[in-house]
Design a protein around this ligand. Structure first.
Ligand code: SF4
Ligand code: SF4
Length: 98
């Protein structure tokens, strides 16, 4: 498995009561890429820039370029769920073991 940077995680004494979220946008602090076993690999020859993978990704790990084309997959946040591969109409994404 690939080497992943360790993240400082709060202990139970510092987590807010009831798991409240005290600050908007704090999900960016949690790099869900730590969970991943498989990573999505896109075949740019097959891709038609339909953006389905961008729309369906629950982690917003897929980006779109300024000219509206599909961009990179941010592996810091990609949790390897495979939804993008499942939804791709061109079968352009394969999930590969890391
Ligand atoms: S595998 Fe899941 S989290 Fe990763 S890019 Fe695809 S849809 Fe997003
Ligand atoms: S869903 Fe498939 S064809 Fe559509 S942009 Fe993503 S990789 Fe390309």
């Amino acid at each position: 498995m690939a080497d992943k940077t360790k993240q400082e995680k709060p202990g139970y004494k510092t987590i807010p009561m009831g798991g409240m979220i005290p600050r908007a946008g704090s999900s960016e602090d949690y790099k869900t890429g730590d969970w991943r076993v498989k990573k999505p690999v896109r075949d740019d020859e097959k891709c038609i820039d339909c953006l389905f993978c961008y729309i369906f990704c629950p982690e917003r790990a897929v980006s779109v370029t300024e000219d509206g084309k599909i961009g990179k997959i941010n592996l810091d946040y990609c949790k390897g769920c495979g939804i993008c591969a499942e939804e791709c109409p061109k079968d352009a994404i394969k999930m590969e073991l890391e």
